[in-house]
Design a protein around this ligand. Structure first.
Ligand code: PLP
Length: 433
């Protein structure tokens, strides 16, 4: 068995991670490190966490055998880990509960968070309402315009949403602003980071909270695989989309020791890996320091962070969690890209083939599963982390899908140009008609 003990005591995953923060934050970070070190082994803390996940979130989330999709691809059996069925509709709440529980124990009544698409903001506002904590969410004004339903949701939940007008007015600027708030208010404020990024201990702590996903899979998969006549008792490949990397680390981490399971992270290739319009930090970035840790960053020759693009706001981040950088370098995980067009095709395909509307982020992982399955045997298997539901994305999809919308023969008569009578083979991932 592959021995994997990461990070080291200082939060290094090989040459990545660490803690690059100003003097003012050193105290707050040390306080957090001490609190997490204490409570992560505290039976009462862990019991409460488990209780919240069971009764507030609805865990364990099921695993679903995507039967029609598997048959149509003609190769590996495809299974979906249904994080979309969690309360709030995605995996993010697993982490916000853990961090809010720490905030309560540390006596911090005020919570701050950054958000891009608004998903982490909603998950944070939700748990703050549940625990009676003050909640302030920083969000780029550009994102506020693009994601108005989530802004309204946060307000309904009692949070204050602060528009950020600096830089490109998106996620990375919101993160900077949240850090600034934290520096000014360390005494009464806890900063809930939404992904496996930020200074140590965040990448490790968020991974640990999200590892509930992979730990459930280890228990659930053997029976699911046996039912479908698969040869191995754990999946041959585990797939997840990678923005900051938290849903991927959550499902990957418990599988790292299972060397026969390939771990594949899917980044947003946007308009193409060589278009300059993507968010593929691991594949097109280079090592640098961003938001308190060393990792792969999309940057120009002067070290300026470059603009990113993806159809899915949740993957649109110029950095990535440092543990992914490490897993890539040691070769334990592979990282590939899926374009906007491919993700959109997979979105429609899953809607009409399995009756599941996936998040556009998760659609990237679905799209790659469809490609990969075709190269595998029917007694092999792929487990996809379906990180969230797509209700939040239907406006985006409606705006983009009026042309070559994938449509099954059964939706004949629907007023969708191009799709109605096309055979299934028109899901030509990689090429837009
Ligand atoms: C935020 C989000 C992501 C991307 O974040 P990770 O930290 O990479 O998991 C992926 N899927 C959904 C549904 C999200 O809301």
């Amino acid at each position: 068995m592959f021995d994997y003990q990461q990070p080291d005591a200082k939060g290094h995953f090989g040459m990545y991670g660490g803690s690059f923060v100003s003097e003012t934050l050193t105290h707050a970070i040390n306080e957090l490190k001490a609190a997490y070190a204490k409570y992560q082994h505290d039976p009462a803390f862990m019991a409460e966490f488990k209780y919240e996940l069971a009764h507030f979130v609805g865990r364990p989330s099921p695993i679903y055998h995507a039967d029609r999709m598997s048959r149509e691809m003609g190769g590996a059996q495809i299974f979906l880990k249904r994080e979309d069925l969690n309360h709030t509709g995605a995996h993010k709440v697993n982490n916000t509960i853990g961090q809010a529980m720490l905030a309560k124990r540390m006596g911090k009544p005020r919570i701050i968070a950054e958000t891009g698409a608004g998903q982490h903001g909603v998950a944070t506002a939700t748990i703050c309402a549940r625990y009676g904590l003050e909640c302030v969410v920083y969000m780029g004004s550009e994102d506020i315009k693009r994601q108005s339903p989530n802004v309204y949701r946060m307000k309904l939940l009692g949070a204050t949403v602060v528009p950020v007008e600096s830089g490109s007015r998106t996620l990375k600027d919101a993160l900077n602003e949240a850090m600034r708030d934290w520096v000014a208010n360390v005494d009464n404020t806890f900063y809930i980071i939404g992904t496996v990024a930020g200074p140590h201990p965040y990448p490790m702590m968020v991974r640990d909270f999200q590892s509930v996903i992979g730990n459930e899979c280890l228990v659930q998969m053997p029976e699911m695989l046996a039912q479908q006549g698969c040869t191995n008792s754990q999946p041959d490949a585990v797939l997840a989309c990678v923005g900051g990397g938290s849903n991927a680390m959550g499902i990957f981490h418990p599988y790292i020791r299972h060397e026969n399971t390939r771990l594949i992270g899917i980044e947003a290739a946007g308009e193409g890996m060589d278009s300059g319009k993507h968010s593929a930090s691991l594949q097109r970035g280079s090592p640098g320091v961003l938001h308190g840790n060393r990792t792969y960053v999309l940057q120009d020759d002067n070290g300026q962070v470059t603009e990113t693009h993806s159809i899915s706001a949740g993957l649109d981040y110029p950095g990535v969690g440092p543990e992914h950088a490490f897993l890539k370098d040691i070769g334990r995980a592979e990282y590939v890209g899926i374009t906007d067009t491919e993700a959109l095709a997979a979105f429609h395909y899953l809607c009409q083939t399995e009756g599941i509307i996936p998040a556009l982020e998760s659609s990237h992982a679905i799209a790659y599963a469809m490609k990969l399955a075709k190269t595998m045997r029917t007694d092999q298997s792929i487990l996809v982390n379906l990180s969230g539901r797509g209700d939040k994305d239907i406006g985006t999809v409606a705006d983009l899908s009026n042309a070559d919308f994938y449509c099954r023969p059964s939706c004949k008569g629907q007023s969708v140009k191009g799709g109605a009578e096309q055979p299934i083979q028109m899901v030509n991932l990689g090429a837009r008609a």
